[in-house]
Unconditional design. Sequence first.
Length: 136
Amino acid sequence: MSARRKARKRTLDILFEADMRGVSAVDLLQVRPIDEISESAYARTLVLGVAEHGAKIDELIHTYAEGWDMDRMPIIDRNLLRIALFEILWSAELDDKIAVSEAVEIAQELSTKDSAAYINGVLGRVILLKSVISLS
């Protein structure tokens, strides 16, 4: 497993726990240090990025996740979408297809049987409209 895949999974762990406990992911990051050097920098970037842009990310999920209320969406799916949307919209060095592929593969491994296709659809809509999405 690549260092970036490990970082995404570690980020998912932190975001999942923060969601479940109703605490800040940034605060949780301080008490749940990331051990492996190879994944620590990128996982930290992801957690901090999702936290910094969380309101906009959640607005986009709400807008493009047709038929799903954020509260009804599986926590894993919601947080995989958050990670991938941060990577797609705010991480210039990463190709959008990689962010989608990683989110879909992790969903296949950790979430429901329908999650991968659903996540792929939401992210695909965002990518198609990326040039007109206001990030402010």
